[in-house]
Design a protein around this ligand. Sequence first.
Ligand SMILES: CC(C)(COP(=O)(O)OP(=O)(O)OC[C@H]1O[C@@H](n2cnc3c(N)ncnc32)[C@H](O)[C@@H]1OP(=O)(O)O)[C@@H](O)C(=O)NCCC(=O)NCCS
Length: 188
Amino acid sequence: MTDDAYSIRPAGLADAEALCAFKRQVFGETEFLLQGLEDFDDQVDVERDLIGRFHHQSNSVLVLAVDDDGRVIGLCSIVGGHLWRTRHVGTMSIGVLRAWWRRGVGKRLMLQTMRWAEENPLLEKLALQVHATNTAARAMYALLGFEEEGLLRREAKLAGGEDDLVPMGRLLPRRSAIVTHALVRNWD
Ligand SMILES: CC(C)(COP(=O)(O)OP(=O)(O)OC[C@H]1O[C@@H](n2cnc3c(N)ncnc32)[C@H](O)[C@@H]1OP(=O)(O)O)[C@@H](O)C(=O)NCCC(=O)NCCS
């Protein structure tokens, strides 16, 4: 399908304006992101700074799905821990414009971002929190190997009340295991 043409790539500073437009739209389309329009500072400079911060954190990445006209249609991020004791954990977040739902964008974004995480020398675990009532995202995370790690009761506000959040995690192969595996393979 020609209307499904988009590419997936890390965000650059030049994406700041398109990223603002994306957030303006996606925050108005879903309540299932922890950030909403109430907390969105809709300024290109602010967005440029945010993209720049991702470039300066070696355990963090901001990945975009961009259509042929340069519009951002989806976003997936990993924010790595800042402390020595938690810098091996990357917290993931994802959002896709409603018009693009159920066309494989979310899965592709997740898979490419997870592949980046597997190559990252600091990260050993991916973590996220999902609304208990968000059946679409919970199904996607389960499909991608994330496991539920408990229940945070009444943790998020929605317009109509509150929702529980489900923490989910996926352990990445340890670097030492990769090295061992490579050594074993060399012995074959
Ligand atoms: C969750 C979200 C990112 C999924 O993106 P998407 O592009 O529609 O997902 P895909 O088309 O790649 O589907 C991937 C998998 O998700 C699951 N899924 C997606 N939509 C679903 C739905 N409506 N019902 C059940 N499962 C669904 C399926 O397992 C699907 O795999 P399949 O196509 O092999 O059945 C998208 O719905 C979204 O942006 N929602 C609003 C923001 C949000 O909830 N973010 C997550 C916060 S934790």
